[in-house]
Design a protein around this ligand. Structure first.
Ligand SMILES: [Zn+2]
Length: 264
């Protein structure tokens, strides 16, 4: 009985084509609303586990949060993020100096480890990293990858309240997500597009890669081991910034030192 399979496949194709937005290059069975719901669930899960994810209190560490939100706002104000107004873009700092990483849940819930903030040297580098992570959410790579990994039906069931154990698994895996090279290139290119209208150098992400790969420099953070070759990424990022004629040149090292000093 081959025929019903074909009709099912066609039906699935039409359903997904209808759900897909024209300007998103990747196949995604999730709607933007689904991204928001899943992101909120993942965020609630992360924040219910202070042992694993010790989140810095936003009132007690108000100075650190103010610096990060100012940088985030500079990105959102560019008008270059498709979901700038639709996603919450909420930031949380996770207190762990040994993890040099940041990640973003679907729907724009951003998590930054103290390890990566302390590891970087200026705002331009962190803006590059922020732009890259925000692109994974705004370009909807995260939900696409989760759909691939878990299957759309499992995730849709999750949104309607089934399988609470799975949400913990997804939260834990967000940090380990291995995006495709295409997704990484797209996130790099969009970090340039987002930074270009700001006063920062649009190749902030390239500064970051150069900094971590310099001779005698700090060791490469774990999350980069799954990413494409840093040298190639530096070239792509620089070329993109040149192509767009970006002119920002502020690094803000002093202000960055204030952010680092405000952390525990
Ligand atoms: Zn990435």
């Amino acid at each position: 009985m081959k025929r019903p399979d074909i009709w099912l496949a066609l039906l699935a194709f039409f359903l997904t084509t209808c759900r897909r937005k024209k300007d998103e290059p990747w196949f995604n069975l999730f709607t933007v609303e689904d991204d928001l719901k899943l992101g909120a669930q993942v965020a609630a899960e992360i924040e219910s586990k202070p042992q694993e994810y010790p989140i810095l209190d936003s009132a007690r560490y108000a100075t650190a949060y103010a610096h990060l939100y100012r940088m985030r706002n500079a990105l959102l104000a560019t008008g270059k993020l498709q979901y700038a107004d639709r996603f919450p873009w909420r930031l949380r700092i996770i207190h762990n100096d040994t993890i040099q990483n940041a990640f973003c849940a679907p729907g724009g819930y951003i998590y930054i480890y103290t390890g990566i903030i302390k590891y970087l040297r200026n705002e331009a580098q962190l803006m590059g990293v922020l732009g890259h992570e925000m692109a994974h959410a705004d370009r909807r790579h995260v939900s696409q990858l989760l759909t691939q990994a878990y299957g759309v039906q499992t995730l849709l069931n999750l949104l309607t309240g089934g399988n609470p154990g799975l949400i913990g698994q997804i939260a834990a895996n967000l940090l380990l997500l291995s995006f495709s090279r295409d997704h990484e290139r797209d996130a790099d290119a969009h970090s340039v597009i987002y930074l270009c209208p700001t006063e920062y150098p649009a190749d902030g992400a390239a500064y970051f890669f150069e900094y971590i790969t310099q001779e005698g420099g700090p060791r490469i953070p774990a999350f980069l081991s799954t990413h494409p070759d840093p040298g190639e990424r530096v070239n792509n990022i620089r070329n993109k910034a040149r192509e767009l004629g970006c002119r920002g040149n502020q690094l803000y090292e002093g202000r960055y030192a204030e952010l680092v000093a405000a952390l525990p």
